[in-house]
Design a protein around this ligand. Sequence first.
Ligand code: FMN
Length: 174
Amino acid sequence: METHLIVSKQGRELIEYESAVPLDRVLKEATFHYADDDFMAPVASGSFRFDAMVIVPCTMKTLSAVANGYADTLISRAAEVTLKEGRKLILVPREMPLSLVDLNNMVRAKQAGAVIMPASPGFYNKPKTIDDLVNNVVSRILDQAGIDNELIQRWGEPAKKKSTLPSSGHKIVR
Ligand SMILES: Cc1cc2nc3c(=O)[nH]c(=O)nc-3n(C[C@H](O)[C@H](O)[C@H](O)COP(=O)(O)O)c2cc1C
């Protein structure tokens, strides 16, 4: 599978601040990556074919840009392209509480065809690590994008003998 990654200017700083994962390592995971002001990138054009776009996490600022067609970054331009070409756009907002402006922008984006799925993990799997919570959200996003994955124990499926989940070892204290 080919992936095209765009990390916003602020996102580049927050990856290192919040996750302690070096930005270079994140960028290397993608087949191609671009700066958020690189409007010459293939994904800026509807003639470049791709199946789906995920914005994760989607800040309230980027949500606003997407909902209102204000394509001043490569991320918001690629999202605009995804919508106009009738492809799947998945927005994963991460914010609380939500203002009426945010809620209205979510409605606008949904009406335009986007899928809105807040980063809100399930707890029925009894998560033990931060990775369990993250994998739960990531698995649901991949499902929406039509990408097969076995990141989580699905409700109603027999328990897997051995966990295939990656773990950083961070425990949740109960
Ligand atoms: C430590 C930190 C955490 C942030 N977390 C969020 C967040 O969870 N949700 C959000 O909408 N904005 C958050 N922001 C604010 C955004 O980073 C800011 O609105 C930025 O302009 C978004 O730009 P971008 O959408 O191009 O990445 C955070 C900022 C900082 C410094």
